[in-house]
Design a protein around this ligand. Structure first.
Ligand code: PLP
Length: 400
C-alpha cells in the first residue's frame, strides 16, 4: 500500500526540475544527512542526562556549538540553538527589548524598511501591545540603508537596532560593520538577521560589529527547523521560552541534537566552499541577469547591482503578474519565487519593493531566481530560453 507521502511525491514528481529557489530553502547535503544519522536511533540520549547515552548527545551538542562558534569568531557559550530563523529573530528582538524595558532603559527600536516579517511583525507587536516605539530607516532604490540615517535615528531611549545582513527578496547586502560602529559608540546592541547570508558571507561577529545574529539551517543545506542565535556575552536577554535551563538559560527545551549536528556540519561545509562556490554562482548569476536584460529590456533588476548575494537575481517585469509567471515557469519545470517564501501567493506588492520606490503595479511583477549547488550553466541557458517566451505570452494576455 502506498503511503500518503509516497502518493504525494509521485504526483509532484515531474522529472528534471530546475530549482532556482535556494533563498526559500535548500536540499539537505548528503554529508550533512550522514553526520546527523547516528543521532536519531543510535545516540538518542537527552543531552541533559547523566549516563553514557546522554553523554554522547551532550558531546555532539557541545562539539556543534564549538564548530558554529569558530565560524562566527565567538565563544561557544554565546551560541544559542533555536528551532528556526524566525525563532532566532523573535528571541533576539523580544528578549533584548523586554530586558531593556524591565531595566528602565527605554522602549525605542530602530530597524530598516527592508526586513523580513520575522523582524517587522515582532517589532510591530512590541509597538502595538507593549508600548514600544520604532523608527524605520528608509532604504535607497537599491534597498540599501545609509548608516548616517541610523545615527540620526538614535534617541536616549533606544534599546536595540535590528538591521538585516542580506535581504531575501532583492539580495542587497547592508553596510553592517559601519552601522555596528555607530551602535557601539552609543552602547546600543545591534541585531542582524543573517538568515540569507549564512551560506554566502563572512559571519565573523567582531568584523561585523554585531551583538546578536540569527541563522537558519535550511538556507545552507541543513534541514528545516533548526537555527542559531548568537548573543554576545553581557547582552541582557529575557528568555522567551521558559522551562529547563537549556542553552545557558536563554532558550528552554531539549535540544534537537541531530538537527544541530546537521546545522554545524552544513555551516562548516558552506563556509569552506564559500570562496569557490560564490565565484561559480556569481558567474552564472551574472550571465542570467545579463541574458534576461537583453531578452526582456523592460525587466528591471531589483536590489544592488554589485553589493548583492552571489546567487541572487531579482527583477520586476512590467505587465506581468508574479503568480501567473511562477505558475507558467513551474509548468515548464522551473522553480522560482516572487519575493520571500512567505509572500508568495499573496497578491499584495512587497513592502520591501515599495520601500525601494518601485510603484505598486510594477512590484506585483516581481521575480526572484536564486541559484544553488545543483545549478548548472545548462540550467541558466534553459531559463534564458523559457522565461522570455513565458513573459511575452503573459504580457499579451494580461491587461496593462
Ligand atoms: N529571515 C530571513 C531574511 C529569511 O529569508 C527567512 C526565511 O525565508 C527567515 C528569516 C525565517 O527563517 P525560517 O524559515 O528558518 O523561520
Amino acid at each position: 500500500m502506498e503511503t500518503g507521502i509516497a502518493v504525494l511525491s509521485s504526483r509532484v514528481s515531474v522529472g528534471r526540475v530546475i530549482y532556482l529557489d535556494h533563498a526559500a530553502s535548500t536540499p539537505v547535503d548528503a554529508r550533512v544527512l550522514e553526520a546527523m544519522m547516528p543521532f536519531f536511533a543510535e545516540h538518542y540520549g537527552n543531552p541533559s542526562g547523566i549516563h553514557v547515552q546522554a553523554r554522547a548527545s551532550a558531546q555532539a551538542l557541545e562539539q556543534s556549538r564549538r564548530e558554529v562558534a569558530e565560524i562566527l569568531g565567538c565563544k561557544p557559550k554565546e551560541i544559542v540553538f533555536t528551532s528556526c530563523g524566525t525563532e532566532s529573530d523573535n528571541l533576539a528582538i523580544r528578549g533584548v527589548a523586554f530586558a531593556a524595558a524591565q531595566a528602565g532603559k527605554g522602549r525605542h527600536i530602530i530597524t530598516s524598511a527592508c526586513e523580513h516579517h520575522a523582524v517587522t511583525h515582532t517589532i510591530a507587536q512590541l509597538c502595538e501591545n507593549f508600548g514600544f516605539q520604532q523608527t524605520v530607516i528608509p532604504v535607497d532604490r537599491w534597498g540599501m540603508v545609509d548608516p548616517a540615517d541610523v545615527k540620526r535615528a538614535i534617541r536616549s531611549d533606544t534599546v536595540l537596532i535590528s538591521i538585516i545582513y542580506a535581504n531575501n527578496e532583492v539580495g542587497t547586502i547592508q553596510p553592517l560593520a559601519a552601522i555596528g560602529e555607530i551602535a557601539r559608540e552609543h552602547g546600543i546592541p545591534l541585531h542582524t538577521d543573517a538568515v540569507q547570508a549564512g551560506g554566502y558571507l563572512d559571519l565573523n561577529v567582531d568584523r561585523l560589529n554585531v551583538d546578536l545574529l540569527s541563522l537558519s539551517g535550511h538556507k545552507f543545506y541543513a534541514p528545516k527547523g533548526v537555527g542559531v542565535l548568537f548573543v554576545r556575552a553581557g547582552i541582557a536577554l529575557l528568555p522567551q521560552q521558559t522551562g529547563g535551563g537549556h542553552e545557558g538559560g536563554r532558550r528552554a527545551g531539549t535540544e534537537n541534537v541531530p538537527y544541530i549536528v546537521g546545522l554545524a556540519k552544513a555551516l562548516k561545509l558552506a563556509q569552506d566552499m564559500r570562496p569557490t562556490e560564490n565565484e561559480r554562482l556569481a558567474r552564472l548569476r551574472d550571465h542570467l541577469i545579463q541574458g534576461i536584460q537583453v531578452a526582456l529590456p523592460d525587466a528591471q533588476l531589483t536590489g544592488h547591482p554589485t553589493q548583492r548575494l552571489p546567487h541572487h537575481a531579482s527583477f520586476v517585469i512590467p505587465g506581468v503578474e508574479a503568480n501567473a509567471l511562477l505558475m507558467h515557469l513551474d509548468l515548464a519545470g522551473i522553480c522560482a519565487a516572487s519575493g520571500s517564501a512567505c509572500n508568495t501567493g499573496a497578491a499584495e506588492p512587497s513592502d520591501v519593493l515599495l520601500a525601494m520606490g518601485i510603484p505598486p503595479q510594477l512590484a506585483l511583477g516581481a521575480l526572484r531566481l536564486t541559484l544553488g549547488r545543483s545549478t548548472t550553466a545548462e540550467d541558466i541557458e534553459t531559463v534564458l530560453e523559457v522565461l522570455p517566451t513565458v513573459v511575452r505570452r503573459l504580457s499579451t494576455l494580461q491587461p496593462r
